[in-house]
Design a protein around this ligand. Structure first.
Ligand code: CUA
Length: 336
C-alpha cells in the first residue's frame, strides 16, 4: 500500500488527498518560480553582459504597468494558498459531532488509549474503516504529539489540558503512529500503530476485548467515592453544586456574567480548579482535586458527566436539553 510517489507515506484518511493536493500545489508553485527566476537570471547575465570596458547602460525609466502586474500576480497566488490552506485546516481541526470517541493519555514513553466502550490499548489503536473517530487527548508529563502520517494529521498532547483531533480512515491496514514532539530520551521509541479494520471485524475485536467497563461507569464510581454526589446529586441533578446532568455541550452562565460551553476542558478545569469559572448562583465551596486523581480518572469523570442525560438518570433523556427545560429541571440554577 506504499504510495506511488517515493517518500510520500500511505494515504488512508478522508483528508489525506486534500493535504497532498495542497502540498503538491505549494511545491508546484515554488518549483515553477524557482525555475523561471533562475533561467531568466542566467539569460540576462549572458544577454546584458558588459561587452567593452567603457560601456554605459541605457537609463531605465521604470514601468507602472509592470510593477502593478508583479504585485497583483503574487498577491493572488498567496491568497489561493491562504484560502485553500485555511479551508483544509478548519475541516481537520473541527471535530464532527457524531464521532466515535477515544481517550488518549501520553506519557514518557507510551500511548495509553481507551475506547468509550471500555477497551484499553497501549501503543495500538483499533478503529473501523469509514467511521469518524475523535481523540480526546492529554499528557501525564511533558508535551507529546500524536502523529499519523498516513492520515495526514497530528496534534499536540499537552499536560494540563485536553486537545482533540479527528479522522476517518478510508483503507483497512496498519499505519504508523509517531510521537512528533521531542519528549526526552526515548522519544524516538514512542511509536505505535493504528489498525484500521472492516466494521464487522472491528465489532468482533471490540466484543473479544470486553475488558474493564466503560470510562463512564468507572467515572460514576469515582463520582460516588470522591463525594461529588453529595453536592451535585446522586445522578448529577444538582443541589448545593450546579447541575451536571444534560449540561455537556451546552452553554452555561458564569458568576462573572460570561458564559462558557461545557466541554471536556471546562469539566476538567472545574474539577482541578473549581474556583476558576464558577457557575452563576453558586459559591466557591468546592475543594480542588488537583493531585488527588490521575489523568485516567479525570477522563473517566469527564466521560461520566458527558453521559448524564438531562434531568438526572431517573427522568427521560434527550428531550429536555433546551436551556429552559434545564433551568426548570434545576431550580438552583440562577440567572445572572
Ligand atoms: Cu512523546 Cu516524543
Amino acid at each position: 500500500m506504499q504510495s506511488w510517489i517515493p517518500l510520500v507515506p500511505d494515504s488512508a484518511s478522508t483528508f489525506s488527498w486534500k493535504v497532498d493536493a495542497l502540498y503538491f500545489y505549494l511545491s508546484g508553485v515554488t518549483l515553477f518560480f524557482a525555475l523561471l527566476i533562475s533561467s531568466v537570471l542566467i539569460f540576462f547575465v549572458i544577454r546584458y553582459r558588459r561587452r567593452t570596458p567603457y560601456e554605459i547602460p541605457r537609463p531605465i525609466a521604470g514601468s507602472h504597468k509592470l510593477e502593478t502586474l508583479w504585485t497583483i500576480i503574487p498577491f493572488v497566488i498567496a491568497m489561493t494558498m491562504f484560502g485553500w490552506g485555511a479551508q483544509v485546516y478548519f475541516q481537520q481541526y473541527k471535530p464532527p459531532a457524531n464521532a466515535i470517541e477515544v481517550y488518549v493519555v501520553g506519557k514518557q514513553w507510551m500511548w495509553k488509549l481507551q475506547h468509550a466502550t471500555g477497551q484499553r490499548e497501549i501503543n495500538q489503536l483499533h478503529i473501523p474503516v469509514g467511521r469518524k473517530i475523535k481523540l480526546i487527548m492529554t499528557s501525564e508529563d511533558v508535551i507529546h504529539d500524536f502523529f499519523v502520517p498516513a492520515f495526514r494529521t497530528k496534534m499536540d498532547v499537552v499536560p494540563g489540558k485536553y486537545t482533540t483531533m479527528w479522522f476517518e480512515a478510508t483503507t483497512p491496514g496498519t499505519y504508523h503512529l509517531f510521537c512528533a514532539e521531542y519528549c526526552g530520551m526515548n522519544h524516538s521509541g514512542m511509536t505505535g500503530s493504528i489498525i484500521v479494520m472492516e466494521p464487522r471485524e472491528f465489532d468482533n475485536w471490540l466484543s473479544g476485548n470486553a475488558g474493564s467497563g466503560t470510562p463512564a461507569a468507572a467515572g460514576q464510581q469515582l463520582f460516588q467515592s470522591l463525594g461529588c454526589a453529595s453536592c451535585h446529586g446522586a445522578n448529577g441533578e444538582g443541589g448545593r453544586g450546579p447541575t451536571l446532568a444534560g449540561v455537556f455541550g451546552q452553554k452555561t452562565q458564569l458568576q462573572t456574567g460570561d458564559s462558557v460551553t461545557v466541554d471536556e476542558g471546562y469539566v476538567r478545569e472545574s474539577i482541578l480548579n473549581p474556583q476558576a469559572k464558577l457557575v452563576a448562583g453558586f459559591g466557591a465551596i468546592m475543594p480542588t482535586f488537583q493531585g488527588q486523581i490521575t489523568e485516567d480518572q479525570l477522563m473517566q469523570l469527564v466521560a461520566y458527566v458527558k453521559s448524564l442525560p438531562a434531568g438526572g438518570q431517573t427522568q427521560q433523556p434527550a428531550t429536555t436539553t433546551t436551556p429552559a427545560a434545564r433551568q426548570a429541571a434545576s431550580p438552583t440554577q440562577n440567572v445572572k
